[in-house]
Ligand binder design. Structure first.
Ligand SMILES: Nc1ncnc2c1ncn2[C@@H]1O[C@H](COP(=O)(O)OS(=O)(=O)O)[C@@H](OP(=O)(O)O)[C@H]1O
Ligand SMILES: Nc1ncnc2c1ncn2[C@@H]1O[C@H](COP(=O)(O)OP(=O)(O)O)[C@@H](O)[C@H]1O
Length: 202
């Protein structure tokens, strides 16, 4: 870092911000195929947390790939850069004490491990939305699977690009088996104890 002088030691600490908010910052990282339910779960979870007085921020394709990452595509290299920037931005939110909910395909362990490393393993909760591809394709919310099958989209995850399932997610949710309400209840059970109190030190 040539000629870069961080000012972190002069800024108010994360603990100060968490005390102000009365909550602990955390990254909830959804991974899964297109159409598996990541965005739907993120939105429903945010509403439930906000109703409990907890401040959240969703990061997903709509606010990231149309903005900060609008120069990136879906090659393996671009997916790495996509996830790297998302993790760096996510870390800023987490360090502000905000419960941050990321909804990205993030299709392999290396990408997710990079995100966890940038954010910090203690602040990173991996949730695998494990809905089978058959169901995602049946839903085909955006018509992308049909286009991919016709060869109109290259490197489409699950069709012409790989998806590697996480090995040890904190939670797996198959939305073809669980209702949205059931999934959100499982998420709340996992997350509420982790975010309800600010960090005591720092
Ligand atoms: N080639 C290809 N492969 C996969 N997905 C594609 C592709 N092209 C466009 N889309 C749309 O982009 C959304 C996935 O973006 P992500 O940023 O989550 O992908 S990744 O984490 O970088 O793999 C994904 O949105 P979601 O349905 O929300 O997952 C798709 O709508
Ligand atoms: N139990 C469920 N949980 C979540 N989504 C569901 C469920 N059942 C059906 N769906 C539908 O599946 C689709 C998932 O799309 P979306 O949330 O955009 O997925 P992703 O963000 O993973 O691409 C939505 O149209 C949603 O209404």
């Amino acid at each position: 870092m040539n000629n870069i002088y961080p000012i972190f030691d002069k800024m108010l600490s994360r603990a100060d911000k968490e005390k102000l908010l009365g909550q602990r910052g955390l990254m909830i990282w959804f991974t899964g195929l297109s159409g598996s339910g990541k965005s739907t779960l993120a939105i429903a979870l945010e509403r439930e947390l906000q109703q409990r007085g907890l401040l959240c921020r969703i990061l997903d394709g709509d606010n990231i790939r149309s903005g900060i990452n609008n120069n990136l595509g879906f090659s393996p290299e671009d997916r790495v850069e996509n996830i790297r920037r998302i993790a760096e931005v996510g870390k800023l939110f987490v360090d502000t004490g905000i419960i941050t909910i990321a909804a990205f395909i993030s299709p392999n362990n290396e990408l997710r491990e990079m995100a966890a490393h940038i954010i910090g393993a203690d602040d990173f909760v991996e949730v695998y939305v494990s809905t089978p591809i058959e169901e995602c394709e049946r839903r085909d919310v955006k018509g992308l699977y049909a286009k991919a099958r016709r060869g109109e989209i290259k490197e489409f995850t699950g069709v012409s690009a790989p998806f590697e399932a996480p090995q040890h997610p904190a939670l797996s949710l198959d939305t073809s088996k669980f209702s949205l309400e059931e999934s959100v209840n499982r998420l709340l059970h996992l997350i509420l104890p982790k975010v309800s109190a600010p960090l005591s030190k720092e």
